[in-house]
Design a protein around this ligand. Structure first.
Ligand code: NAG
Ligand code: NAG
Ligand code: NAG
Ligand code: NAG
Ligand code: SF4
Length: 794
């Protein structure tokens, strides 16, 4: 509904640019580390600037609630720094800076490092769904500086990723302006087939959206099928936005979302208000009631019944095989010539059987026999519903009297202790254990070849019969030789299917026609007899998983906070800069700021600093990696008394503009048309000399020459990085002229006052005959508006 509200704003689309109603941006999420340090540095500098102009520094304060999450990735960096002398500098400055941030600002909550995975924290802890602020209720929404921001759309909070500069603006009460997004309605119908797991559904939707083409659009889910998806499923789909290119993928709030709030232990009264409010304003969705379906720009449909359960293999993750075709496919591969889908076994040997003895009992192996069955919980399979599905399947299998043959090497290596926790709490662990799926460790055991040796007699039988033995695992990778040297075929399958194939002991089985096994009372047991339903899985998930995960995250936040609290806490209004620091420095962005707004001026006779082709990424513009020894940044750090060992990376020095300006365009793989070879250099036209980009920019600046950059398509692609806009600004770049831009980078340029100009359709540097050696005068009219045509005299 939030989005349909935006749809109704279409009438405002006079300039194809619209301003999001302020209430939508109720919450700002900044991930500390890459963008968080600069954000607090910027705020500190803004307070200084306001003070200098005679204002009250405290006016620089987030006006909407802001959460600064200190990403765990900063921890190892701090640890490394601790080990050397440069570290003191960072220790003494980064932490107090963050701390100062949490103390000096109202409305800013700092989530200390180590609190858990950020998007999980957001779903379970930070997201409010409905805001209750100053006596008003309004829908929660969030912009965040992390690509996982969209995950929270699964819970009905409209959120998407923005650049750090935009996020800062939002925190200070500036509206976000964006091109009105088209909203694609994604209708889910029907019921999934029994063997289909959440993973199959998520991957099918992701693939479908990629085909539909939703880049830069919003997607909203509707239709009765949505009610089949748990919040974990929805969040996973929403989190895949970067994969299919949508800005956001939104699931409106329904009873399942409200149930989720209850399970994650949110305040009861608040949940009641949330529900009442959403009902009152017509935003609580009943997905089965089609009269509530909104109007969309475009509607696409998926019948959940058409989702087929898949495995992939036998040698590559991209070779998908529908479970129903597995037997046929394997048998085709046996005879096919050597390759990704072939083992070239002579036809008369396809049914070879080798007898062997294991621990005193006789067994047989054939082509297709499963000898390794491993449940690893990695990215594709970490959705709790599939892990629980495996547990419930194990329970039903044991109860029906089925077993796994003892020579099959079975293992369970969950991604984290949380998985073990809910498997144990829900009572399925003992059944997994009875089938041999005991926890052998955490992480990627089998998938990276740590499956350990197979029993000698098994290996002998495989070698004797030249058998294509099989490994079945729930990882992402199955390249030949990776899992085990003696398993020539390796299939990736969902955790419940791993158990099913282990029980069957072979992949040459058609689950529809053939039983998994015959139990001691002579009863044939089929897979469909023991496969848990989605409802069963979701009931257990609701009861055990969600509260368990929540508890873990919550406890961490509490305990981590203790050590955090023990830090020294400067709480002055103004930040005390340490002039000795080479990590944190007051940036010059606000130097020369005046109370009166300055109008944009015509850019006269600019030189072209750099002339690029297509796909210049933010990492080309502002690399995060090592500081090269002979670079301008290295010379600066040396002048500050540091040795190369202490230089550290550009990423770690994001709080120091002097390093970052020198590091702008310092990527050694930069391809600049002015220069024959790759490298961070350019031609300084007045002198004809080839210089490091920073040094050239300094010369232009001293002579009072403005600069521009020429580029091709997708300028600023790659992960969002504020410094890719701040850096060029500090070098004196006034405008970029490109064929197209990445969305967030374009906003960041605007935020820094660097004009992102785009060639008219069908034109580019080549068609206009521009070499970059010209001088450019860009005429800025007084009534400057987005998407207007601008005159450039060359
Ligand atoms: C950390 O502790 C302080 C005081 O002990 C508390 O006000 C703050 O909310 C805690 N922070 C988090 C993120 O829990
Ligand atoms: C369907 O939704 C409409 C609009 O909210 C409501 O008026 C109607 O009563 C609902 N129908 C059912 C069967 O719940
Ligand atoms: C699993 O995820 C990876 C990315 O982590 C992806 O490349 C791969 O295609 C996925 N596997 C399957 C079976 O879809
Ligand atoms: C065999 O399976 C049937 C049906 O699930 C079950 O009733 C019976 O108890 C099982 N027998 C044994 C020995 O487990
Ligand atoms: S090594 Fe395997 S189990 Fe681990 S994350 Fe990678 S694909 Fe998943």
């Amino acid at each position: 509904m939030l989005i349909s509200l935006m749809n109704s704003l279409r009438i405002l689309r006079t300039s194809a640019e619209f301003v999001l109603p302020f209430f939508l941006l109720s919450h700002c999420l900044i991930i500390f580390y890459y963008s968080g340090v600069p954000a607090v540095v910027d705020f500190a500098a803004m307070r200084d600037a306001v003070k200098k102009l005679g204002g009250d520094p405290e006016n620089i304060n987030p006006i909407c609630p802001a959460d600064l999450v200190i990403d765990h990735s900063i921890q190892p960096i701090l640890n490394v720094l601790q080990a050397d002398k440069g570290s003191l500098d960072s220790q003494l400055n980064l932490r107090p800076l963050q701390w100062w941030g949490s103390q000096a600002f109202k409305n800013m909550r700092i989530i200390p490092p180590g609190s858990g995975i950020i998007h999980q924290v957001n779903l379970e802890y930070l997201a409010r769904v409905v805001m209750d602020q100053d006596g008003y209720y309004y829908p929660d929404s969030v912009v965040g500086t992390d690509s996982h921001t969209t995950m929270v759309d699964g819970l009905g909070v409209l959120g998407w990723g923005v650049g750090g500069i935009e996020a800062e603006a939002v925190m200070l009460g500036q509206p976000i302006s964006m091109v009105l997004p088209e909203v694609v309605g994604y209708k889910l119908l029907g019921n999934p087939q029994p063997l289909v797991t959440s993973t199959d559904i998520v991957l099918t939707i992701t693939k479908h959206l990629r085909q539909v083409g939703v880049v830069g659009k919003f997607v909203e889910f509707f239709g009765p099928g949505v009610a089949q998806l748990s919040i974990a499923d929805r969040a996973t789909i929403a989190n895949m936005c970067p994969e299919y290119g949508a800005t956001a993928a939104y699931f409106p709030v329904d009873d399942i979302s409200i149930g989720y709030l209850v399970q994650t232990g949110r305040d009861k009264e608040k949940i009641l208000c949330t529900k009442k409010y959403l009902e009152a304003v017509g935003m609580l969705r009943d997905f089965k009631n089609s009269s509530q379906d909104p109007d969309f720009t475009q509607v696409v449909e998926l019948d959940l019944h058409t989702v087929v359960p898949c495995c992939s293999g036998p040698k590559r993750p991209q070779d998908k095989v529908a479970v129903s075709d597995m037997k046929k496919d394997f048998e085709t591969c046996l005879g096919a010539k050597q390759g990704f889908k072939g083992f070239q076994i002579a036809p008369d040997r396809h049914n070879s059987v080798i007898k062997f003895n294991f621990e005193g009992c006789d067994f047989e192996l054939a082509h297709g026999s499963v000898v390794i069955a491993a449940i690893t919980s990695c990215t594709n399979t970490s959705n709790p519903s599939v892990m629980l599905g495996a547990g419930l399947l194990a329970k039903k299998a044991v109860e029906a009297g089925l077993t796994v043959k003892p020579y099959i090497k079975t293992s369970l290596s969950p991604g984290s202790g949380v998985v073990t926790y809910y498997l144990r709490e829900s009572g399925v662990m003992s059944y997994l254990s009875q089938l041999g799926f005991d926890v052998v460790g955490y992480g990627c055991m089998t998938c990276i070849g740590n499956s350990g040796p197979l029993p000698d007699s098994v290996v002998e039988a495989i070698v004797q019969g030249d058998l294509v033995a099989v490994g079945v695992l729930s990882g992402n990778r199955n390249f030949e030789g990776r899992v085990h040297p003696n398993t020539r075929a390796n299939y990736l399958a969902s955790p419940p299917l791993v158990i099913a194939y282990a029980i069957a002991g072979t992949v040459r089985i058609d689950f529809e026609e053939e039983p998994l096994g015959i139990n001691a009372s002579g009863k044939k047991i089929f897979l469909k007899d023991i496969w848990p339903t989605r409802n069963e899985i979701q009931a257990v998930e609701r009861q055990f998983v969600i509260p368990g995960m929540f508890k873990e995250v919550y406890q961490k936040i509490e305990t981590v906070n203790e050590s955090w609290n023990a830090l020294d806490a400067p709480s002055d209004k103004l930040y005390t800069w340490n002039p000795k620091s080479t990590y944190i420095k007051s940036p010059p962005f606000f130097d020369g700021l005046t109370l009166a707004l300055q109008t944009p001026k015509t850019i006269e006779d600019a030189y072209v600093l750099l002339n690029f082709g297509d796909s210049v990424t933010t990492d080309h513009i502002s690399p995060a990696g090592n500081i090269a020894r002979n670079s301008p940044a290295a010379r600066y750090l040396t002048s500050r008394g540091l040795t190369p060992r202490e230089f550290n990376s550009y990423g770690s020095r994001r709080g120091n503009d002097a390093v970052m300006a020198r590091g702008t365009f310092a990527n050694i793989r930069l391809v600049n048309k002015f220069i024959d070879k790759q490298g961070p250099q350019t031609v300084h036209f007045p002198s004809g000399e080839t210089l490091d980009v920073f040094d050239a920019a300094e010369r232009y600046k001293q002579a009072g020459h403005p600069l521009i950059v020429l580029a091709g398509k997708e300028y600023g692609a790659g992960s969002s990085r504020d410094w890719a806009a701040k850096g060029p600004f500090l070098l004196g770049v006034k405008a970029v002229l490109a064929e197209s831009y990445e969305r967030i980078h374009r906003s960041n340029l605007v935020g820094m006052g660097v004009i992102p100009l785009q060639y008219l359709p069908g034109e580019d540097a080549r068609t206009l005959g521009l070499t970059g050696r010209e001088r450019y005068t860009i005429i800025i009219p007084e009534n400057l508006k987005p998407q207007m045509n601008i005159q450039i005299k060359v």
